[in-house]
Design a protein around this ligand. Sequence first.
Ligand SMILES: O=C(O)[C@H](O)COP(=O)(O)O
Length: 247
Amino acid sequence: MYKLVLMRHGESEWNAENRFTGWSDVDLTIKGRQQANKAGLLMKEAGYNFDLAYASMLKRAIRTLWVALDSMNIMHTPIGLSWRLNERHYGQLQGLNKSDTAKKYGEEQVLIWRRSYDIAPEPLSLEDSRHPRFDSRYSKIPEKYLPSAECLKDTVNRVVPFWNESISSAIRAGRNVLVVAHGNSLRALIKHIDNIPDGDIMNLNIPTGQPLVYELDENLKVIRNYYLGNPEDIEKSLDSVKNQGKA
Ligand SMILES: O=C(O)[C@H](O)COP(=O)(O)O
């Protein structure tokens, strides 16, 4: 049996301000750093150790990973960063307050933008200075792959090649792997590894800074999954994620 640990970054500055974030590169809040530290201690106490860790190319995920590895005292762990683990690109919604957006367009519309499987928000124009094609960290990635907006289906299509080419082969090679990414890039990954139907994935939310363990059989089929943290904290955190789109 293999074990894989997935974790969403700790609270970010825009989580705290309830703004759509996507590929915007905002940092962790103090609370977010504390969550990452606590998550590391939790994993250490539970006997986890990692041979390899992955994060997206966004600093809220990278810093969460650094802080967690630091609190586990395993900062030597090799790290792979990939744009394929970045958050779902939220297009023109990026930067807007979720609750104000619900007041303007209605909660139902915001829920569609946040959780529908195949409806993407309005894209950023190719000339918008926030477009990833102007960001040097993505300069080696062919422009056709750089999103202007994504629905979850697009994010699944972006994340799955990274699972197939990197994460799953590391697991099969017997390496203990930690992946730190984002609410929607993890929903995309989980949809794939746990074979969740398109219609059911809208009910899955991921709390910030909570290690989520997946036990996998030799064919990488999911046996079971569970959070390491306190169930009440996780429930509270899940409710707050759900309620972000309320007017
Ligand atoms: O990009 C964002 O705003 C968050 O990371 C995830 O947002 P969501 O829960 O509204 O999809």
